[in-house]
Write a protein that binds this ligand. Structure first.
Ligand code: PLP
Length: 427
């Protein structure tokens, strides 16, 4: 059978039941797996045989769901993590050590920024942040001899900038390092970073993939295309024997297609243990089955909201990469022509107070520190997550006092628009 389309993969990839076996991915709720002899178990420990022995490293339910996400992204290997934060941490730490360096877009999720700029810095890993719209020369200037990766978000949360994949991939590859892309917002339904030069993709599956605000989770996918051996001096963890794992050399034993994820599983999952529960992986899979249907609806509704806001007299500005005339419209058309995401940012005339009044007036949309699930929700950073900051401090953090982030859900668009309209009338 020819390569299945993404809607079919969302239903079927990663798990093919045998005769008389469960049609749904079974939840293997077991920490351990039984073997008849110590030798059999020993072969698993030595990575000489494949199989399960302890769920902190691998679990069949999790692996089926990871295999589905791998197929959706067009990768060669994938793993689930217990959160998007864990996915981004593992993705970098798997190939970057103390004393080394990463170039990252400055337009990234605040939690990821903190992980990089504060926590990983304490581990001796340094980041240089560059504007997503920087020139080639500015990007080039950010590299150092000890740079080991480049990182960006395909659509940044909450800035809604679209990554210029080719610019970032070209620079990364010229320096012999991989481009790692967090593809949470568009999902592989709308954007496939491997087709535009990315080497590793990460996800907060907590967002559209789960899609119902049920479970926190993450995923890492390897394209299998980055040639670690060609830059062996930069990546000794993959290209020389791992003494903590019986002397295995990951690229030799697992090839370019499996080395990166096997190392992340065997070393990082073993030592940090951020594994999702099989039950959560099962819920995630239910979300994945309807991802294309939901993404289409999220995007359609968000575009209608963005157009409505653009023409509203009480709205000062609108940011949505799917909106004609948006600063990132052209890049979005190039990299995600079928749709972007369901998140729209905008400013309410009258600043912090007016935005606050708008929020209070909403009846259908809930105020929530979340984005990207079925229910429309809204956040006004200046009166919630960033309420302790002055307007000047907000500006320095790139957040205007009037900024409202609306995560447009999949309710009937007439009801969403009516809610936004009546709340704006209250301002
Ligand atoms: N990446 C992006 C783009 C996000 O928006 C988030 C969370 O909002 C994360 C990563 C972190 O994911 P999680 O909350 O699942 O740890």
């Amino acid at each position: 059978m020819s390569q299945q389309r993404i809607s079919t993969q969302c239903i079927h990839a990663g798990y093919t039941p045998g005769n008389g076996e469960p049609r749904n991915i079974p939840i293997v709720q077991s920490t351990t797996f039984r073997y008849a002899t110590g030798e059999q178990m020993g072969a698993l420990f030595d990575l000489e045989a494949s199989g399960y022995f302890y769920t902190r490293l691998q679990n069949p339910t999790n692996d089926h769901v990871a295999a589905k996400i791998c197929a959706l992204e067009g990768g060669t290997a994938a793993m689930l993590t217990s959160s998007g934060q864990a996915a981004n941490f593992y993705a970098i730490f798997n190939i970057v050590s103390c004393g080394e360096h990463v170039v990252a877009s400055s337009a990234i999720y605040g939690g990821t920024y903190n992980l990089f700029a504060v926590t990983m810095k304490r581990m001796g890993i340094h980041f240089t942040f560059v504007e997503p719209d920087c020139t080639g020369a500015e990007l080039e200037a950010a590299f150092r001899p000890e740079t080991r990766a480049v990182f960006g978000e395909s659509i940044a949360n909450p800035a809604l900038t679209v990554l210029d994949f080719e610019k970032f991939a070209r620079a990364a590859h010229a320096h012999g390092v991989p481009l790692i892309v967090d593809n949470t917002f568009p999902t592989p339904v709308n954007c496939r970073p491997f087709e535009h030069g990315a080497d590793i993709v990460t996800h907060s599956t907590t967002k559209y993939m789960d899609g119902h605000a049920n479970t926190v989770g993450g995923a890492i996918v390897d394209s299998g295309k980055f040639d670690w051996d060609a830059h062996a001096d930069k990546f000794p963890g993959l290209t020389t024997p791992d003494e903590s794992y019986h002397g295995v050399t990951y690229t030799q034993r697992f090839g370019l297609e499996g080395a990166y994820i096997t190392k992340a599983t065997a070393q990082l999952m073993r030592d940090f243990g951020s594994i999702p529960s099989p039950q959560n992986a099962y819920y995630l899979n239910i979300g994945l089955e309807t991802l294309p249907l939901r993404m289409a609806r999220h995007c359609e509704n968000a575009l209608a909201v963005a157009r409505f806001l653009k023409n509203h007299p009480k709205v000062s500005w609108v940011s949505f990469p799917g909106l004609e005339g948006d600063k990132y419209y052209e890049l979005a058309q190039r990299y995600m022509p079928g749709g972007t995401c369901g998140v729209v940012s905008f400013g309410v005339k009258g600043g912090r107070k007016a935005a606050s009044r708008f929020m209070a007036g909403l009846k259908l949309a809930s105020i929530a520190t979340h984005v990207a699930d079925a229910k429309t929700c809204v956040l006004h950073p200046a009166s919630t997550t960033h309420r302790q900051m002055s307007d000047a401090e907000l500006a320095a953090a790139g957040i205007s006092p009037d900024l409202v982030r609306l995560s447009v859900g999949i309710e009937d668009i007439a009801d969403i628009l009516a809610d936004v309209e009546q709340a704006l009338a209250e301002v």
